[in-house]
Design a protein around this ligand. Structure first.
Ligand code: NAP
Length: 342
């Protein structure tokens, strides 16, 4: 059976997912699209030669009986109403982050999904599908380094758009570490503190850059994440897990090594899309395959979306106060135990 997608939001990531479902992945097909920007919707239909209906809004698209799964790639504040409407209609949902812009909104989605009685929603936290993180998780789960004690990470971009603000360092950037790290060590966050080092001269006036977050987990693991979005030299994601019996780190991105003019060198990526291109392919292929095989997605859950929202809120508060802020999650419902990607 082909999984028939309706896409809400045909901007940067929406059109990229349409391209991969149409040209690269198997088992999925785009049958409907909608976007506030009608030209953008028309453009993807033409560019990818889609046999798809263009709907005036998300409600009409979700109501189409031909749509099995809804891809939510609109801007953040529009996610919650579209996801809730799709659950109400019993449709599968792949929702880009954030699941909702507030923890309460994520909880409404969690409750709607539980009421429906089976998993429908997967959140687009693609790092869990990245080969490097998958290898780190295997090493940790197999006790290769004993118990993890500390984690050191960096999320560096060469530069960012002028409208990138200090809070976006959490909601757009750190949020990927927030999701992947608790999954990696199978632990929950307990507190967070934000520290602002000396500001780079390359950051605009309104932006604090770099920033450092110190997260503590329930078992006592200390995680240090540097967010540095005007680092100039490249797009660089680093993660080192220090355990009782050894250390594991993300591999370098594969690139040739050259010896020339008395220098030994290798390339560093500049574009984030390149870094995770395989992970984007794998997360959506897994969504399609799991639904076709088991009738449910098995990737990051609505509960993971909730954890990310609660943690991001605490990080934003920590930016303001400079104090250690408590991260208080509701009790995890049994519905979400042992369902996420291992
Ligand atoms: P974008 O280029 O601005 O595209 C969003 C599109 O959705 C725009 O064309 C926008 O129209 C439209 N839109 C907004 N609300 C809508 C609604 N209710 N119904 C229909 N269309 C609507 O943004 P983007 O960069 O693709 O990002 C989209 C989402 O994906 C964001 O939540 C972002 O955080 C997430 N994202 C995730 C990753 C990742 O690594 N997982 C990467 C990039 C983006 P207008 O422009 O007219 O408002």
């Amino acid at each position: 059976m082909t999984l028939k997608f309706g896409v809400i939001g045909t901007g940067a990531i929406g059109s990229d997912h349409i391209r991969r479902i149409t040209n690269t992945l198997s088992g999925g097909k785009i049958v409907a699209v909608t976007d506030f920007n009608k030209e953008a919707a028309k453009r993807v239909v033409e560019d990818f030669n889609l046999d798809a209906v263009i709907y005036p809004d998300d409600k009409a698209l979700i109501a189409d009986d031909n749509v099995d799964a809804v891809l939510v790639t609109s801007w953040g504040p529009a996610h919650e109403p579209s996801v809730l409407a799709a659950i109400e209609a019993g449709k599968y949902v792949f929702c880009e982050k954030p699941l909702a812009t507030t923890a309460e909104g994520c909880m409404r989605i969690v409750q709607a999904e539980m009421k429906h009685g089976k998993r429908l929603v997967q959140v687009g936290f693609m790092r869990r599908y990245d080969n490097g993180y998958v290898q780190l998780k295997e090493a940790i789960d197999n006790h290769y380094i004993g118990d993890p004690l500390m984690i050191r990470c960096a999320h560096r971009n060469p530069t960012v758009a002028e409208n990138y603000s200090t809070d976006m360092a959490v909601s757009d950037t750190l949020v990927h570490e927030i999701d992947v790290l608790h999954w990696l060590i199978n632990d929950d966050y307990k507190s967070v503190q934000a520290i602002f080092p000396k500001k780079t001269k390359y950051a605009l006036n309104h932006l604090q850059d770099p920033q450092i977050y110190i997260l503590e987990t329930v078992s006592g693991i200390i995680i240090n994440v540097e967010v540095f979005v005007n680092c100039r030299y490249g797009y660089d994601i680093r993660c080192e897990v220090i355990g009782e019996e050894g250390i594991v780190s993300l591999p370098e991105v594969s690139s040739i090594i050259s010896r020339k003019n008395a220098k030994l060198s290798t390339n560093i990526l500049m574009d984030w899309k390149q870094r995770f291109i395989d992970a984007y392919n794998k997360e959506l292929q897994d969504f399609i395959d799991s639904i076709q095989k088991n009738g449910e997605p098995k990737g990051p859950t609505s509960w993971d979306g909730y954890i990310a929202a609660v943690t991001a809120d605490a990080c934003l508060k920590a930016q303001q106060t400079g104090e250690k802020e408590i991260i208080q999650l509701a009790e995890k419902p049994h519905f979400y135990e042992n369902v996420a990607l291992k």
